[in-house]
Design a protein around this ligand. Sequence first.
Ligand code: IMP
Ligand code: MG
Length: 171
Amino acid sequence: MLRKLFSKDEIDEAVKRLALMIENDYDDEKIVFICLLKGSFVFTSDLIREIRNPSRVDFLRASSYGCGTSSKGEVTITKDIEESIEGENVIIVEDIIDSGLTLTRVRDMLKARRPKSLRICALLDKRARREVEIEGDYVGFVLEDGFVVGYGIDFEEMHRNLPDIYVVVED
Ligand code: IMP
Ligand code: MG
């Protein structure tokens, strides 16, 4: 069963708040947004439209979850970005930081390509579940626990199309 956790309006507000912080921090500098597929495609598309800086968008896919709700601990890059990020201000856009393993792997890989700056923007942060030390620079909501879907986020590839965010609860 799905129980609504954040409405589209609450999400919109959070996205606008994050966008404002980013605009303030980067003045008029160029930003390269790296959308982590698939979960953050909806979030990224809303976020970038609230930010007036000159921007590029690129896409990267890292798989840590097969099917189900718990991490396998292994992170593979299945689709890399297509442009160079050397000397660029890069913001990784992630749906959820959970154990932190995915972002750690992605951040370290991108750092090696010598961007001018590298930050993380995450819509949701399950801080209590962290297995490695990593923090989002811009975080929408902090979640205690629970498995969420909607607004681009899936359970076994379903529910990405829901406009609100729901927590999956046992019937
Ligand atoms: P981490 O490597 O454990 O931090 O896993 C992060 C990734 O796991 C996220 O980008 C999501 O794709 C996925 N994930 C973590 N929690 C959830 C959830 O509650 N619902 C759906 N996907 C999740
Ligand atoms: Mg993800």
